[in-house]
Design a protein around this ligand. Structure first.
Ligand code: G6P
Length: 460
């Protein structure tokens, strides 16, 4: 297997997941732009992807899948509880998302976070070739860069944070703030989704560590780190191709017919996460129907909610709230065989998803805070005929680029309701003008461009 890897990717999850087929297990490549973007780069050279296989207990043996060498790292049941569900998803996740739920600071979660980061770092240090490159991803592994640097001072180390990096006042709450910043400072290049994230990081480093300098050259422990924005994107061509494939076009027509050909389709697609503002979207839709400014004859809402982190209480609570809205709105406005809300609590295949995007007249992306939000970019990538309206939260990273969307403050229910009404009534010419502008943006910076730019800076 690939010890001596010129390039090593490290992320909490491997780019594959285990599926049960008949009575045995097999690996399937996970959907998502990150794997797609890195595949062409990884295939050119000896590589390893270090990550968790997604279930507790002993890790399977390293294996190759589609040109990528997967090196599974084990997590015990306790580590899943304390490192993954606890520190990663009950401390860091809410803290980094503007504390939309109160972050919990538990000392018994911190040490598992340190230990698991060390395990990932040791594995990366073991497999990377002399003068090779290690690229660490996301909030689960913020201590790993400094740990890798200590074990392997010869390698280049990059880090990319997929979620927002919080402002000083919030980050300062965290009891382990200095340790986290120093962990990240082990990197040569740290990528954030937005300039604001990079700025927050640099200010915090100056305040809580001995680092000094600027965003381009932050010096700490005799080493220089660059902190910059690298907004992630999607595989635009793949979405375009799928959108224009005969089976997707057929499926899209079926959806339109089933939902009522003359009705406008409003779509939401999210992991079922409290940062996504799914509840607030239902509230605005409910009020729009109640006010009579839109009716069952004119529109229908389809919400796809992909199950996520189901053992964490805040996620269970959100599910109950969302399902209560679905029940309430349908109870109040449905006619037999014609509900105003269609709710799917499951993931969809890429074809089904793209067919839905294609069918949707209005796409609602209303997170309270989001690192980027790739659903917004996927929708734009799919709309090859320049139709459709994107309603986008100004607190999503993608709002910095997709400025021709209808931008909303998701905390403002009246504003959301009136924007939804504007979206439903937008003339085709204005849709087209806005969508064209957004398509230019996503085409210019697709996910391949994102990965290449990061690697260029890392090897500079
Ligand atoms: C976000 C994070 C990813 C994470 C994904 C799914 O997008 O930035 O790192 O993999 O959510 O969450 P999960 O907890 O299932 O890995």
């Amino acid at each position: 297997m690939s010890k001596n890897s010129k390039i090593v990717i490290v992320s909490n999850r491997l780019p594959v997941h285990r599926v049960k087929r008949n009575r045995s297990y097999a690996w399937e490549t996970s959907p998502g732009g990150l794997v797609a973007a890195l595949k062409p780069i990884l295939r050119q050279q000896p590589n390893t992807w270090v990550g968790w296989a997604g279930y507790p207990g002993a890790a399977p043996k390293p294996f190759e899948q589609e040109g990528i060498f997967n090196w599974p790292v084990p997590l015990s049941k306790d580590e899943v509880e304390n490192f993954y569900e606890g520190f990663s998803n009950r401390t860091l996740w809410p803290l980094y998302h503007d504390a939309v739920r109160p972050p919990e600071y538990r000392r018994r979660w911190w040490w598992p976070y340190v230990h698991v980061n060390r395990r990932f770092a040791e594995t990366a240090a073991e497999v990377v070739a002399r003068n090779g490159t290690v690229w660490v991803h996301d909030y689960h592994l913020q201590l790993a860069p400094a740990m890798i640097r200590q074990l392997r001072p010869d390698v280049r180390i990059g880090f990319f944070l997929h979620i927002p990096f919080p402002p000083q006042e919030l980050f300062a709450q965290m009891p382990w703030r200095r340790r986290v910043l120093e962990g990240l400072l082990g990197s040569d290049v740290i990528g954030f989704q937005t300039r604001l994230g990079a700025q927050n990081f640099v200010r915090l480093c100056r305040r809580f560590t001995d680092a000094h300098g600027t965003r381009d050259a932050l010096e700490f422990n005799g080493q220089v780190t660059k902190a910059a924005a690298y907004p992630i994107s999607v595989d635009v061509r793949r979405f375009e191709e799928l959108a224009e494939s005969p089976q997707v076009i057929r499926r899209c027509e079926e959806f339109r017919e089933k939902l009522g050909a003359s009705r406008k389709i409003i779509l939401g697609v999210d992991r079922l996460d409290y940062t996504k503002g799914i509840d607030i979207r239902f509230r605005a839709y409910q009020e729009l129907l109640r006010s009579g400014k839109a009716s069952l004859d004119q529109c229908v809402l389809v919400q796809v909610a992909i199950p996520s982190r189901e053992r964490v209480d805040a996620y269970r609570e959100l599910k109950a709230v969302v399902e209560q809205y679905v029940g309430e709105i349908n109870g109040e406005f449905a006619e037999l065989g014609r509900p105003p809300v269609h709710y799917l609590h499951r993931s969809l295949s890429a074809e089904e998803l793209v067919a839905l995007y294609r069918a949707a007249d209005v796409m609602l992306v209303t997170p309270f805070r989001d690192g980027m939000n790739l659903v917004a970019k996927e929708y734009v990538a799919t709309k090859t005929d320049n139709s459709g309206v994107l309603v986008l939260s100004e607190f999503a990273g993608s709002a910095k680029e997709l400025t021709s969307a209808l931008l909303v403050n998701p905390h403002d229910i009246d504003g959301l309701e009136s924007t939804l009404q504007t979206a439903l009534n937008m003339p085709r010419s204005e849709q087209s003008r806005r969508m064209r502008a957004m398509r230019r943006v996503v085409k210019r910076n697709d996910v391949f461009n994102w990965a290449n730019t990061f690697f260029e800076d890392l090897s500079a």
